[in-house]
Write a protein that binds this ligand. Structure first.
Ligand code: UD1
Length: 431
């Protein structure tokens, strides 16, 4: 198992290219099941989750290939992946694969819509709370599917095809909205999704589905209307930039000081987080090629945050912002409203010297902590990167173990930070 070793204390200066968004690439790849034609995705990030999903899709009969490098293409530009689901040969997604990546559960929707049946393992336990799939199944039932749960598998059937329907989500769910969009695109008649997630990755999926021939209106708002079509075609689509990667590096610069251009980043994808960062003491400006982040002189100000569905403060940046607040000049409150138990990083940050008190779904960060390097353990994707953010300013050396969590969601993290002056290295082998 690889580890990452960081010696803190260096400001970040330079350019960090922002990769395509993992959380858009995954549903876009899954959408390839909806058509017999080829879906070509550009700007796909090089991540282990993408590789794993290629394997999972291959198991269903999808031919997935990564195109070779093109002349003049830089090392950082994302990959192009072609996906052809001419024949679906297997409608079962087994536990061994689904349990390794929750989002792969979403294959249930296109498989059901195209083949009239799907048998998908329940995703099982997860480091950040129970994360059920009841709302995803509710959406499929509203579109006329019969759902049965047997021996840990969800068996969804719609022998006569799906029918358009009214889906009212009692709570905003990104996965539920992705599933509803994909299923409704091939359903017979009109579907209305109320209280839909408004995340940019939803809009990205909808835009790709529209290129494939789907009739979708309202993506990006809380009501989406889909007029089902009989078949979808192939398309070319470029994955939008990763707003969580953008926010993470912006927080890292606010933490270390310095001046970095986040190349390819788009402010509109994370305005709320940027506003909070500016309140804390970062200076952010929009440039033609991306976002420039620097840290104004002086102390970091304490800023309270509450995680919310888009366009609110993203839960996927909560851990990183908490790391930043350990260095603020006073106490701050971090309120997590999306996931229960998403404070696994607190005890690891404490190993570095952070003083954080938990009161239910609120963390109170004391601020002014003197951070000192220590061995720490990555517990999930976003938690692990918060440890990197803290380690960048900790005195001495921090070793982050179990970095496979990081490799799921951050492309070439040590290279991107290393090129901007961070003292960071990956140590391969047992950890
Ligand atoms: C997606 C993102 C994840 C992000 C999250 C919230 C991907 C691959 N993952 O996860 O990075 O943190 O959105 O922005 O895009 N819920 C139910 N029943 C359900 C489904 C969800 O109760 O059937 C609850 C969840 O437990 C959670 C809330 O709804 O409390 C939001 O979850 P959801 O938006 O569905 O998250 P994911 O799509 O799993």
């Amino acid at each position: 198992m690889d580890r990452i070793k960081i010696t803190g204390g260096r400001p970040l200066e330079g350019i960090i290219p922002i990769s395509g968004a993992k959380n858009a690439a995954l549903p876009l790849m899954i959408a390839s099941i909806l058509t017999r034609e080829t879906l070509t995705l550009h700007n796909v990030p090089r991540l282990s989750d993408v590789r794993l999903l290629m394997r999972i899709l291959g198991n269903h009969g999808v031919d997935a290939a990564i195109s070779g490098k093109r002349l003049g293409q830089s090392e950082e530009s994302g990959e192009t992946i072609t996906l052809s689901a001419r024949d679906i040969v297997d409608t079962t997604a087994p536990y061994e694969l689904v349990s390794r990546m929750r989002a792969s559960f979403w294959v249930i929707a296109p498989m059901l819509a195209r083949m009239g049946e799907a048998r998908v393992s329940l995703p099982g336990g997860c480091a950040i709370g129970t994360r059920p799939v009841d709302l995803l199944l509710m959406a499929l039932e509203k579109l006329g599917s019969e759902i049965e749960i047997d021996s840990g598998y969800v068996i969804a059937k719609a022998p006569k095809g799906l029918k358009g329907g009214m889906i009212d989500f009692p709570k905003v769910t990104v996965g539920g909205t992705h599933v509803a969009l994909m299923a409704a695109s091939l359903a017979d008649g009109t579907t209305i999704i109320n209280n839909a997630a408004r995340e940019p990755e939803i809009t990205d999926l909808a835009e790709c589905l529209i290129k494939m021939g789907a009739k979708i209106e309202g993506a990006g708002t809380s009501q989406i209307v889909i007029e089902g079509v009989a078949r979808l075609d192939g398309a070319h689509h470029a994955v939008l930039p990763d707003r969580i990667e953008t926010g993470t590096y912006a927080i890292a610069v606010a933490m270390t000081g310095g001046n970095v251009l986040l190349e390819g980043a788009r402010a509109d994808l994370l305005q709320n987080a940027l506003d909070h960062l500016e309140k804390a003491g970062a200076t952010i400006s929009v440039e033609p090629t991306g976002l420039r982040v620097s840290r104004a002189p002086g102390l970091l100000a304490p800023v309270d945050i509450t995680t919310e569905p888009f366009p609110g403060f993203p839960t996927d940046l909560q851990a990183q912002f908490m790391a930043l607040m350990t260095r603020a000049s006073g106490p701050s409150r971090i309120h997590e409203t999306i996931f229960e138990n998403r404070f696994m990083h607190v005890q690891e940050l404490a190993r570095l010297g952070a003083q954080i008190k938990l009161e239910g779904d609120v963390a109170i960060v004391k601020g002014q902590s003197r951070l000192k390097g220590a061995p720490v353990m990555a517990t999930d994707l976003r938690a692990s990167v918060s440890l990197i953010v803290a380690a960048l300013v900790a005195e001495g050396t921090t070793t982050v173990n179990r970095v496979y969590h990081l490799d799921r969601g951050f492309e070439a993290l040590e290279k991107k930070l290393g090129r901007c002056g961070a003292d960071i290295e990956r140590i391969s082998g047992e950890g």
